[in-house]
Design a protein around this ligand. Structure first.
Ligand code: GLU
Length: 256
């Protein structure tokens, strides 16, 4: 039985969980409005989480900018943000737990050796030698083992990587762990992440974590109908602020 330790006493807890890989743009302003707005509307709280486990892409200056930009837009969070890079030990424990249940295997394959699309491999026949040679590996969830463990068959999932070679964890593990730890009851996030939700629900079942309710909102696209990217500086919240727009105008502009 999982007992969350969220210090927040609210029936409804949402979270806004950006990754500091660039400056926040209009898409984030809308996503933040959805997550904070949902909590506000239902008398709950919205937490802020910095999803910065990927040190190859995240930068502290972007984390600082997230606080500043959200504050300027008028959002506030009841406790300090959870910064994932400060909690790597928590995510390592999840990997140990799943491995103790016999649900993981080491995968030594390089990106080039893997097929496009779903992959169900299994342990490497030369594992001992490759370990001896200190080759790097990922930890994958074995869907064959998961199906046997749950007594279910033909689950529509690939053997997902739960611990990457370079960062020792993965978005799925860190995100689901923290949703459980923080007592998140409602995940309000963009439709682009909807395809990942079913797999996250599987991980929650395996770990005995509660499954939150999910609301996936439409994305704020650019004028050509494409997703906004952090490389599009023209739609970054800070550049709009520098141009003299008010927070209200930026939020208005951000709605799809
Ligand atoms: N950190 C993810 C992102 O920036 C969001 C993850 C989530 O909301 O579950 O897209």
């Amino acid at each position: 039985m999982w007992i969350g330790i969220s210090p927040i006493m609210a029936d409804i807890i949402t979270r806004f969980a950006p990754s500091p890989t660039g400056y926040l743009h209009l898409g984030h302003a809308y996503a933040a409005e959805q997550a904070f707005g949902f909590a506000r509307k239902h008398g709950g709280s919205c937490l802020l989480r910095i999803e910065d486990i990927d040190h190859t892409r995240c930068k502290p200056e972007y984390t600082r900018a997230i606080y500043e930009d959200l504050d300027w837009l008028g959002f506030d969070w009841p406790i300090p943000a959870r910064v994932q890079s400060q909690h790597r030990g928590d995510y390592a424990k999840v990997i140990v737990t799943l491995n103790d249940k016999g649900l993981l295997y080491r995968c030594f394959k390089t990106r080039k050796e893997l097929p496009d699309g779903p992959y169900r491999g299994g342990p490497d026949p030369n594992e001992a030698a490759r370990m001896g040679a200190q080759e790097k590996f990922t930890w994958r969830l074995s869907m064959a083992k998961v199906e046997a463990h749950l007594g279910e068959s033909e689950l529509p999932f690939s053997d997902e990587v739960l611990a990457r070679k370079d960062i020792g964890t993965s978005y799925h593990v860190a995100c689901c762990h923290d949703d459980a730890l923080q007592g998140v009851t409602h995940v309000v996030r963009g439709m682009d992440i909807q395809p990942l939700t079913a797999f996250q629900n599987l991980l929650q079942r395996l770990m005995g974590w509660p499954i939150p309710e999910y609301h996936h909102h439409p994305l704020r696209l650019n004028d050509d109908g494409d997703k906004l990217s952090k490389r599009n500086h023209d739609t970054s919240i800070r550049s709009l602020r520098e141009e003299g727009y008010t927070a209200e105008e930026v939020l208005d502009m951000a709605r799809p």
